[in-house]
Ligand binder design. Sequence first.
Ligand code: ADE
Length: 351
Amino acid sequence: MAIVSSNNDRNNSNLPFRKSRVLAASALPEDVKPPKEDGLRPKTLDDYIGQSALKEVLGIAVKAAIGRGDPLDHVLLYGPPGLGKTTMAFVLAEELGVRCRITSAPALERPRDIVGLLLNLQPREVLFVDEIHRLTRVAEELLYPAMEDGRLDLTVGKGITARTRALDLPPFTLVGATTRAGALSSALRDRFGFTQRLDFYDLKDLKAIVQRAAELLHLPLTAAAAFEIARRCRGTPRIANRLLRRVRDFATVHAREDLIDEVLVDEALKLLNVDKSGLDAIDRRLLEFILRAHGGGPVGLDTLAAALGEDSATLEAVVEPFLLQKGFLQRTPRGRVVTGAARIHLGWQEE
Ligand code: ADE
């Protein structure tokens, strides 16, 4: 049973808890809009390029939920950053014809934060919780009955004056996102009706995403230029769109906006230290540290993190997945090992 108590709880006759900052904040329009930076996000499943297995599964589930008038079952999305987890939450809400409320686990530290959010939901709305592996135990325990039975269990007051109250919630869909599915408690994982992994995008889909973005930004981008960005964006649409914007800046400054071709893309990306395979400075530092200081490995994750001045969870969830997928790095029981392909790519070895 979750504990929600403060002196103010007892002073408010209408609410079983104090009206919290989040309760007030969640009424603001910012809370229900996708993050501002990206006008390029697809709005519907049809617009969403790639992740075909994910789209198929969720497309069927959405149709069935609409047909029955039910909320969509809870969805857990996991995978490296930038692959479209937040975007998918907004797409699902759009397809269901409801609003998407957006928050992240670190913002739900106090019980009243999550209570406020849940009590503010309208029927069948989507509640998107980013970094869901970071929920506190108390927050998780408030979520379990909410997800399972549409019930919020509150304990009001303290000590012998404590009373429990169960409040009915409207049916809703929790979309949880994480880069670290393994860090979720199994109790929380079990409460999702769908657990879906997002994979790195292939070149064909990335090229299509870049071309769609170029069209929305009215950029005269050649097919070869779109392909060049696709090749160098670490399999990640968010990076593809970011690179496209940097290429546009470069074209503007050099008065070359009439035609953006692959030569211009190459010049712009070289300036950004993004190499032909899409590796950036931190990727190369990681590989070169293992080669230089450890003869290619194996090296433990904590040693790597300390040497690079990065947090090990970030290295593991953000930096390594692409290097593993490219076949530049291997994980072994004794640590990380740089591959022959990486040696060739970095010029440490002849082809
Ligand atoms: N922009 C970012 N991600 C996208 C996707 N998956 N499909 C279309 N446009 C995108």
